[in-house]
Write a protein that binds this ligand. Structure first.
Ligand SMILES: [Zn+2]
Length: 265
């Protein structure tokens, strides 16, 4: 998948660098945003079904419960689907996918097998919380903003001889260094973005607690607590992670911290 999607994208960026002059990085960013928009439309309907089977949710009682929850929250989705996640692992999850009115709700079969209907509703209410508190939008703005800044930086660096020489590479004189600049940038970037990781993780952890609070308001918080305990058992994650490791890498607060903010199950 990486080669099928990545190589044409890399070719497009190289072509833009050669063809669109000094503002190539802006065009590359527009192409990147358009590509992500396309992926958002194609993912649920074309790409995901290549790897998993999706079937409409057959459980009438649960479907009614979920519809009622979505109505309470003022959320419109076009269909409820069950995905055969058990095909690859015991990992259990539920998510929304798609754009606008074409949004669909997907439950892993592993989630439905493990949780009671009330717990499934609470988990879904948590996911709804991410939408209603605009976390998804904030995240997209953050990611697209960061990629625009990164591309603008590359656009500037590509014209600086010091960028190449500083990394021990002799640039071509009088001919374009596009591919060279792109490769050097990708090699040199990770040590710098490493120190930005805690920022993204901190925002994400705050969003998780907000989504939990939303779920408590729209569904039964005790159900959410029970579901969290079950899912943690299955995911076999540590219960006592190192606080510094959490600060740096955890996109979700540790289970104990989330449970402390919920009513006792
Ligand atoms: Zn979440």
């Amino acid at each position: 998948m990486g080669a099928v999607i990545g190589l044409p994208l890399a070719a497009l960026v190289l072509w833009l660098m050669a063809a669109s002059g000094g503002l190539w990085w802006l065009w590359a960013w527009v192409a990147w945003v358009a590509f992500n928009g396309l992926l958002l439309v194609l993912w649920p309907t074309v790409i995901a079904p290549l790897f998993n089977r999706f079937e409409p949710l057959a459980d009438e009682g649960l479907a009614q419960r979920v519809q009622a929850l979505m109505q309470r929250c003022g959320f419109a989705a076009r269909g409820l689907f069950v995905m055969d996640g058990s095909r690859r692992s015991a990992h259990a999850n539920a998510y929304f996918t798609g754009l606008g009115a074409a949004k669909r709700v997907v439950f892993y079969d592993t989630l439905l097998a493990r949780l009671t209907p009330g717990e499934v509703e609470a988990v879904l209410a948590h996911e709804l919380g991410h939408f209603k508190r605009r976390h998804v939008l904030q995240r997209m703005v953050m990611i697209f903003g960061a990629s625009l800044a990164g591309l603008a930086l590359l656009g500037w660096l590509a014209g600086q001889a010091g960028f190449y020489l500083g990394l021990g590479v002799q640039p071509n004189v009088g001919t374009p260094n596009d591919a060279l600049a792109l490769i050097l940038f990708m090699l040199a970037l990770p040590p710098f973005t490493f120190f930005l990781a805690p920022l993204g993780a901190a925002v994400s952890r705050r969003h998780e607690l907000e989504a939990d609070a939303f779920a408590c308001a729209q569904a039964d918080g005790r159900d959410l607590a029970r579901a969290l305990v079950k899912l943690h058992e299955d995911n076999a994650a540590t219960l006592t992670p190192d606080p510094w490791y959490v600060r740096f890498h955890y996109s979700h607060p540790p289970a104990a911290e989330r449970l402390a903010a919920l009513p006792a199950p």
